[in-house]
Write a protein that binds this ligand. Structure first.
Ligand code: PHE
Length: 335
């Protein structure tokens, strides 16, 4: 029996070592370890072995079974490695790969990010508020009387419950003052909505950036310096600004800003509204807060607001505002 075991071991290891594919490996497994395989039938021969020799043969058979399983496993791993190697052998792993296209930021987003970064360097924090607003935040708190044309249903989108889509992000300035004592220095970038007929220069939704700085002794010079610095950072040191007296219900005095810059096509364009916060706005905030921290006798502030869409269009020479929202990849891929 010793010899039988040795012969079978040699035969099995040789055969398994020579196997070159999966099917032959499975066949070898069955032939040696299967229910009626060679090792199994040898075990059945134990019955004829003298009782005293059984433990020794038992151990030898176990070793044999173990050796055959180990050889099968090793061969299987080897076969897998070979097929993996064959699968990549025709690939040149040193060639440059094909890069996944990651897209680019929308031109409006790019401009917005630059503007936000610039104001942040000057110490402005970003403030946010809801797009659906109360009339109080959009108009009353901003000293805009009930008969003001902006409150008209022809100009502003009203919801059936009396709320509205904010027509400017000045609403955020009110919300910030409601919740935060001075000093505050914030910008409010975001969507604003007006009932405009959609054409090449108008959409019913546009993107605004408004700002507010309230503290003791904020002056018109601070307003002018801040905005001049900002627009020169954005559009180059040669940028010219012109502050034209204007009227807004929520600022006094108020100005409109015209700008001329190489990057914007070198022609004057109307750009922004700004001014010193009207005492009536501070009074409305005080009344809502129930304290006097925004007493117009102790604090002053400036506010400004401008649309980003037209600036982005001039910068990138985009002829039609609708292109900003059509999601046409042929357009978007250019940025
Ligand atoms: N809210 C004004 C607008 O939407 C802009 C503005 C903001 C003007 C702050 C003055 C002060 O046109």
């Amino acid at each position: 029996m010793d010899q039988q075991i040795e012969v079978l071991r040699a035969e099995a290891l040789a055969e398994i070592g020579a196997v070159t594919d999966r099917a032959s490996l499975d066949a070898a497994r069955v032939r040696f370890l299967g229910k009626s395989g060679a090792v199994t039938s040898l075990s059945e021969g134990m019955r004829n072995v003298a009782k005293d020799d059984r433990p020794r043969f038992g151990k030898l058979l176990n070793d044999l079974r173990q050796a055959v399983s180990t050889a099968l496993e090793a061969r299987e791993i080897r076969l897998l490695e070979e097929s993996d190697a064959a699968a990549v052998s025709s690939l040149d792993l040193t060639l440059p790969g094909t890069f996944a296209q990651s897209g680019t930021l929308h031109p409006l987003t790019q401009l917005m990010n630059r503007a936000v970064m610039c104001f942040r360097r000057m110490g402005f924090a970003i403030a946010d508020g809801p797009d659906i607003e109360t009339e109080w935040h959009c108009f009353d708190a901003l000293n805009t009387p009930p008969d003001h044309p902006a409150r008209n249903e022809q100009d502003t989108f009203y919801l059936p419950d009396g709320r509205l889509l904010r027509s400017h992000t000045s609403t955020v300035q009110i919300r910030v003052m409601e919740n935060t004592p001075p000093p505050v220095r914030i910008i409010a970038p975001g969507a604003a909505y007006r009932r405009d007929e959609v054409d090449a220069t108008h959409l019913a939704q546009f993107t605004q950036m408004e700002g507010l700085y309230v503290a003791e002794d904020v002056s018109l010079a601070d307003l002018k310096g801040t905005l001049e610095f900002f627009f020169r950072e954005l559009f180059g040191p040669g940028t010219e600004l012109q502050f034209r007296p204007h009227f807004f219900p929520f600022t006094e005095p108020s100005y409109e800003i015209d700008i001329r810059a190489e990057a914007l096509g070198n022609q004057w364009m109307e750009l922004a509204g700004c001014g010193m916060v009207d005492p009536a706005v501070f009074e409305a905030v005080c009344e809502r807060r129930g304290d006097r921290v925004y007493d117009p006798e102790t604090v002053t502030g400036f506010a400004f607001g401008f649309g980003l869409d037209r600036l982005a269009m001039n910068l990138a020479k985009i002829p039609d505002i609708r292109m900003l929202v059509e999601n046409d990849l042929r357009f978007l891929k250019q940025f």
